[in-house]
Structure formats: C-alpha cells, structure tokens
Design a protein around this ligand. Structure first.
Ligand SMILES: C[S@@+](CC[C@H](N)C(=O)[O-])C[C@H]1O[C@@H](n2cnc3c(N)ncnc32)[C@H](O)[C@@H]1O
Length: 292
C-alpha cells in the first residue's frame, strides 16, 4: 500500500492534521518519535477504510463524513503501552505499605481505587491480583476498582480480559497466570473473579464523567507525559477533586506533580507517591512533611 513518503511536504501537512485531531480529542501531543511511527500505526486504519495514503486519510477527515474514522485514527495514534506489574517496586509499595495504611485509617470497610488512563487493563488486573492473593486481609471489605481510558479499543480489550502470550509474559508471575487466567485459544483470559472486580469505562480525563466520589488510591501513570503543562495541571485538579485527606496518588516513573499546580505534594511517607495538598493539611495529628 503506497504511503506518502515521510518527510515530504504532503506527509507533513497530513501529519499535522492527524496530530491536531489527536490533541483536540485527547490532549496528547505526538512526540517526534511517535510521529515517525505514525505511518505504521495508521496502516490498519487505511486498510479498513479503503484509503491509500496518509494524505487521503487527512482529506477524508477534513470532509467530516464518518465519525468512526476520527475515532479509529485517535485509537491508532494513542500510546497504549502497558504491562502487568509495570514498575514492580510500585506494586510492592502499594501492597506492603500503602494498602495497609489505608486499611488502618479507613473508617468504613470500603476500598476505592481509580486507575486513570488504564489502557488495556494490565495495571487494574495487577492490583486485583494482589488483592485476591491477600483475600484474608480484605475479608468483609467492599473493594471497588474503577479503570478508565479514552481509547474505546483499549477499554474493549481490557473489559474482555483477553491477553496474548506475549502480554502475559511481560510481568505476570507464572503462579498468578495459572491461578487467575484461563487458556483462551492461543491467548489467556482473566477469570471471572478478576473481571468482576474491575469497572472498565471509557472516559476522557478532560470530560470526566466516570468517577464519582473520592478514591483512596489513584493511579495515573504514564499518561501525563504527553500533555502540555497546563493540561497536566487540569488532570491533577481533577484527581484532587476525587481525593480525600488520606488518598495516595501514584504517577509514572518519569512524571511528577512538581511545577504542575499545587493540588498534590510529594507524600511524606510513600516514596514516589503524592498526597493531596489542600486536604492533607487537614489530616488530624499527621503533619504534612515534604519528602526529601
Ligand atoms: C502509556 S498508557 C499507560 C497505561 C498504564 N497507566 C500504565 O502505566 O501501564 C497511557 C494511556 O493514557 C490514555 N489517555 C491518553 N489521553 C487520555 C485522556 N485524555 N483521557 C483518558 N485517557 C487518556 C491512553 O489512551 C493510554 O491508554
């Protein structure tokens, strides 16, 4: 299938239209590295919509005749990279330190977790696996895991619970695979216990409808990276609105709240975690200290 050669004026014009669509819909800015992979990412979209080149695709988008085309382009350009137990030490900290603290401080026996920008669900399933492996500790607790993402394709996959052999080999221990997944043709499917624990919903962080109320643990990892600083601030504000004094926010390894408004502070007790600032100062008997 002939594509407009990358680097030509036609390609660059089309690329601008496509990356403009991505930014308008999701807030994500295409990094140079991802812009180079645009052609490969869009190849299946061209095929499905019977188009020949990136230029044809851009022209078709401008005609605004097919909303599904917009959605397919946005889904294809989003970076959905994820894996089970990504950054294992974070999951260890959640398991050994954060969840026990939340359990200790929580007045009612309800644990609420929000995985914002959950992609195909590995993060939420990893949390569910750890909680299930620790079932005795959580006996009598109501556990709610909300997992949201803007990508309809990613959310569909997450909800199905189906993962390829390659996906499960990235981060999932063999014991957990055998215990919590079932063979599904050549793939694996999370069993119904895990699937029932997670509420997967399509949701745009800039048009958030899905979350309601406050969450004890909020994860928004590897999502802020491609937003402008102003948009990062907006997302942190949203996360703060769904936090309480004892909530913990976790971001990706390359992300920080520093310089992005004052909704969160580095958590005094959990390295790499963040505490809501306005609310944290109300925390009775627990002065908020900057990590450091
Ligand atoms: C790189 S993945 C990270 C997945 C997971 N949090 C992890 O760390 O493994 C980033 C996800 O953010 C989602 N995303 C990007 N912009 C978004 C927005 N405006 N609202 C909701 N999700 C968004 C993308 O669709 C993608 O699935």
């Amino acid at each position: 299938m002939p594509l407009s050669p990358a680097g030509t004026a036609v390609f660059q014009g089309a690329a601008r239209i496509l990356s403009g669509l991505l930014e308008a819909r999701t807030g994500q800015i295409l990094s140079e590295g991802r812009a180079w992979r645009m052609e490969t990412a869009l190849r299946p979209v061209l095929r499905v919509h019977g188009l020949q080149t990136i230029d044809d695709l851009a022209a078709q988008l401008l005609r605004k005749q097919d909303p599904r085309l917009d959605e397919d382009v946005v889904n294809a350009l989003l970076n959905n990279e994820s894996s089970f137990f990504r950054d294992l030490q974070i999951f260890d900290m959640i398991h050994r330190q954060i969840l026990p603290r939340i359990q200790e401080e929580r007045g009612e026996r309800t644990l609420r977790i929000w995985s914002a920008g959950c992609s195909t669900g590995q993060e939420a399933y990893s949390l569910a696996i750890r909680l299930c492996n620790d079932a005795e500790r959580w006996q009598g607790w109501r556990i709610e895991i909300l997992a949201t993402d803007i990508s309809t394709a990613a959310i569909e996959q997450a909800r199905s619970g189906i993962f390829s052999q390659m996906d499960v080999q990235r981060g999932l221990a063999v014991g957990d695979l055998i215990k919590w997944f079932e063979p599904h043709g050549e793939d694996w499917r999370a069993n119904s216990v895990l699937r029932r624990m997670i509420d997967f919903r399509r949701d745009n962080l800039f048009d958030a409808r899905a979350p309601s109320g406050e969450y004890d643990l909020l994860l928004c990892r590897n999502v802020l990276l491609y937003f402008t600083p102003a948009r990062r601030g907006d997302v942190l504000q949203l996360l703060a609105r769904h936090s309480h004094a004892g909530s913990v926010l976790l971001l990706g390894a390359g992300e920080t709240v520093i310089g992005q408004g004052d909704d969160f502070l580095p958590h005094p007790d959990f390295r790499g975690g963040y505490a809501p600032k306005a609310l944290a100062s109300d925390r009775a008997g627990r002065p908020v200290r900057r990590a450091g």
